[in-house]
Design a protein around this ligand. Structure first.
Ligand SMILES: Nc1ncnc2c1ncn2[C@@H]1O[C@H](COP(=O)(O)OP(=O)(O)OP(=O)(O)O)[C@@H](O)[C@H]1O
Ligand SMILES: [Mg+2]
Length: 160
């Protein structure tokens, strides 16, 4: 499936609106692929307000909403060794009901949870505004909504 940024955001919003934790989603793709764009869209859909900065230096930000949703946004790009995950409280993740969005999940190696989704964003060519999106299920995570279906002739207002 190939999505422009607006459609990727729409899909992320839907995930945030419709899923409840515990749920773990790894976000893969090169620098600038749109992993944070998608994570932010999920967080907005889940009702998180205010700034949602990239966790590039802090590695982890936690959010919660008034209706009791909690969401963890992590970026492991700067993780030097998977063992550092314990310092971030990795052990407790997923034990309560948060939605965990993890950029650069491959850095966690064997510590990734068995039940998870991985979303890979591929940039088809330099400067392209489109992303090829590949979704892979590992184990038996809770379901996530599918891609937005855009029908020919659909308008913003009339869209499903
Ligand atoms: N179809 C698209 N989907 C998502 N982002 C897009 C798309 N087209 C263009 N962009 C742009 O690509 C950039 C993606 O930046 P983002 O910070 O989300 O990347 P990232 O994958 O999180 O990178 P990093 O590994 O550095 O954290 C944004 O500037 C966004 O506007
Ligand atoms: Mg990012």
């Amino acid at each position: 499936m190939i999505l422009n940024e607006a459609d990727l955001v729409r899909w992320g919003n839907r995930i945030g609106q419709e899923v409840s934790g515990p749920l773990f989603i790894g976000l893969k793709g090169p620098l600038g692929a749109g992993k944070s764009v998608l994570a932010r869209a999920v967080a907005r859909g889940a009702g998180i307000e205010g700034p949602i900065p990239s966790p590039t230096f802090n590695l982890m930000f936690e959010y919660s909403t008034e209706r009791g949703t909690s969401l963890v946004h992590m970026d492991l790009y700067r993780l030097l060794d998977p063992e550092e995950l314990w310092e971030l409280g990795w052990e407790e993740l997923g034990s309560s009901s948060e939605i965990v969005l993890l950029e650069w999940p491959e850095r966690a190696e064997s510590f990734l949870p068995q039940n998870r989704w991985e979303v890979e964003l591929v940039v088809p060519s330099e400067d392209s505004d489109l992303r090829e999106v590949a979704v892979t299920r590992f184990g038996h995570p809770k379901g996530i909504p599918g891609f937005p279906v855009i029908l020919h002739g659909d308008t913003e207002e009339g869209g499903a």
